[in-house]
Design a protein around this ligand. Structure first.
Ligand code: 6R9
Length: 646
């Protein structure tokens, strides 16, 4: 039996929702989704009110997902203009730099003016509705400005995480045929400079990137960078003289808002496409209720804008709600392991949202760096990105929250746009390690491998049986892949790619990915991507990559590498290959283990049996299962004998 933490009555007393509210509203949301989401949709300001609330079919032969279809709105007007009358002087963004002495506050009025000016800048550069804009930036307010400016004119942004390599950036630029790239001279993380502009230059040398007409460079560190005329322009120079008046253009509810690339089990990363109306309804509604948002809260989500959490819960959800959102351009251990709590005290943060990997890394340093700061302003803590182990949950609760702050463990995905399974702090008792119960309108199902829906306590694959407004609409440029990836495995349902257990109380416990996706520090890496980076090296003949347990990262990357004939595995070559993958994809894809494999376990048809490699990577050589169908069962003995984790 797992431990239960009942709802704190003091918290519940002032919360938006209590137990009875959850039950009543949930029942209503699944019984009458049309009525429910019609009402919730009214939280936004529509230039044309929608009359059609949902038009959805999960049938792979006729797949379509449309919400608030005939409505019109502008996302940036909902995040900015709408607040000016009542919240013009309220802080929209608190910026906290890598260097603890650097911070500034930007009011809604100031942010509005900056976004309008940048929207005019984009227009002046010939960017119009439907054009794609790549954003490759540090965690600075200009990243949010660029996103909102795109939304204002109907351009589709594609934010690429600043830790990705030139090759990864080039692939994303090519896939979306971006017209403009917005970047900075350099990033600054943990005192180290990241050559963002130089990476853009390198990316734009790659084939397929000649759609890019302009590179806009924000001065962050002020270092001299190569500027190529007429392609490269400084942000501050372009903004000079631009008008702060830029009327928000109404967009259809289903007009694309952004593309965000995410790793899948096969091939190159997919461009997850989100649209305007449904996405913003869902991001803002979940943000308000899951974090129990109040007008005077200071809200801090530590995610980078390069990930979906940064989109929905640093920028769009909080700003649509008129909240104060903190953008942090640093890391948890710089200048020391107390940085998060120093920032919490400095800005009086009340709602704090981070990833289990960060909690585990801080936990290892002991309580002193936490206890050094008061953290008295905190009232709720959140977790996202990967399963949180109960030990980390308990530590977060006891040490960080002083047993005073409820924890919301929120399960969701890039594809879902917003949180789907989560506690509501005033309404749902928590159990460490469980994301607990579905949010309004979300209908999970547990299925076994044959697709049979399991009732009651059960373990299997997690499906969602009906749509919610924040759901992705397609894979950019490849609708067939969208249907194939998510709707073919269990026709009529959305397949999450996650495994799950439902307990006797109906609580959901996510057990991790069931496909070939590795969750490293809350970031998704496709095994296929790492493999293709490895085999691109001239000395590598073949590679197979699996996930392995990792104390801090949750999962690590374990690579089995077969060298071309005549090559010998050495420590030097191992280092070279690890560095190669970092260069090809980015540091987040760094293999933690790299084992030489004279042969890989394959079926007679030549398919690598990853199941066996996974067990070797997990140090469970006695659980390999049936290996008799392998073309050459003897290769397994060598791999087991030479395994790197014991
Ligand atoms: C928001 C985000 C999605 C994958 C998802 C799952 C894992 C996210 C989780 C969680 C257990 C949680 N995941 N939150 N697993 N508990 N609270 O992280 O999106 O980067 O697309 O990753 O992350 O495996 O399928 P994304």
């Amino acid at each position: 039996m797992s431990k239960i933490y009942p709802v704190d009555p003091t918290f519940a007393a002032n919360a938006h929702l209590r137990k009875a509210d959850y039950e009543k509203l949930y029942a209503e949301s699944v019984k009458d989704p049309e009525g429910f989401w019609g009402r919730i949709g009214e939280r936004l300001e529509w230039t044309k009110k929608p009359s059609r609330i949902r038009d959805v079919s999960f049938d792979p032969r006729d797949l379509h997902i449309r919400w608030y279809d005939d409505g019109e709105l502008n996302v940036s007007a909902n995040c900015l203009d709408r607040h000016l009358a009542t919240r013009g002087d309220k802080t929209a963004i608190i910026f906290e730099g890598d260097d603890p002495s650097e911070s500034r506050r930007i009011s809604y009025r100031e942010l509005h003016a900056e976004v309008c000016k940048f929207a005019n800048t984009l227009k002046h550069l010939g960017v119009g509705k439907g054009d794609r804009v790549a954003i490759y930036m540090p965690m600075i307010p200009e990243a949010a400005v660029a996103m909102l400016a795109c939304a204002r004119i109907g351009a589709i942004h594609s934010v690429v995480f600043g830790g990705f390599s030139p090759d990864s950036l080039a692939g994303r630029i090519a896939d979306s045929t971006a017209k403009v790239v917005v970047t900075a001279d350099e990033g600054l993380r943990g005192g180290k400079k990241i050559p963002l502009k130089a990476n853009v230059d390198a990316a734009l040398q790659r084939p397929g990137t000649n759609s890019v007409e302009t590179v806009i460079v924000v001065r962050r560190t002020g270092s001299a960078v190569a500027m190529q005329s007429p392609r490269d322009r400084y942000y501050h120079a372009l903004m000079e003289g631009q008008s702060a008046d830029c009327p928000a253009e109404p967009m259809e509810a289903e007009h694309p808002l952004f593309i965000l690339y995410t790793s899948g089990s096969t091939g190159k990363p997919k461009g997850v496409l989100h649209t305007s109306g449904g996405y913003l309804v869902y991001a803002s509604f979940t943000h308000e209720l899951v974090f129990d948002l109040r007008e005077d809260d200071v809200y801090w989500c530590t995610a980078d804008v390069g990930w979906v959490t940064g989109h929905s819960y640093v920028v769009y959800g909080p700003l649509a709600n008129g909240a104060t959102t903190l953008m942090f351009d640093g890391v948890p251990n710089y200048p020391d392991f107390g940085r998060f709590w120093q920032v919490v005290d400095k800005h009086k943060v009340s709602l704090f949202y981070t990833a289990p990997t960060a909690i585990r890394a801080l936990m290892r340093e002991g309580e002193a760096p936490v206890k050094k700061w008061s953290r008295a302003s905190l009232r709720l803590l959140g977790s996202v990105g990967e399963p949180i182990n109960p030990e980390a949950w308990e530590w977060y609760y006891r040490v960080v929250g002083d047993e005073r702050c409820p924890i919301v463990d929120t399960w969701w995905q890039t594809e879902t746009g917003g949180i789907l399974i989560t506690p509501l702090a005033g309404a749902i008792d928590t159990k460490p390690g469980s994301a607990t119960l579905p949010f309004f309108g979300v209908q999970p199902a547990v299925v076994d491998a044959t697709g049979t829906v399991l009732e009651g306590p059960a373990e299997g694959n997690l499906l969602i049986t009906d749509s919610w407004p924040g759901q992705m609409r397609t894979v950019y440029g490849d609708h067939e892949r969208f249907i194939e990836t998510y709707f073919k495995a269990y026709p009529g349902n959305y397949f999450t790619g996650d495994g799950v257990r439902r307990d006797e109380d109906g609580y959901y416990w996510i057990t991790g990915r069931v496909d070939d996706v590795i969750n490293v520090s809350g970031h998704r890496i496709g095994t296929a991507e790492v493999e293709s980076a490895l085999v691109a090296h001239p000395k590598v003949a073949e590679a197979a990559v699996v996930g392995c347990p990792h104390e801090i990262k949750g999962q690590g990357i374990y690579a089995f590498v077969t060298l071309v004939a005549g090559e010998q595995g050495s420590e030097e070559l191992r280092k070279e290959l690890v560095a190669w993958v970092r260069k090809e994809i980015g540091p987040i894809a760094t293999p933690d283990y790299l084992q030489w494999a004279p042969g890989l376990p394959k079926t007679r048809s030549g398919k690598i049996m990853r199941r066996i490699l996974r067990k070797i990577g997990e140090n469970q050589p006695d659980q390999l299962g049936d290996i008799s169908t392998l073309a050459d069962p003897t290769v397994v003995k060598n791999l087991v004998d030479e395994r790197l984790i014991r």
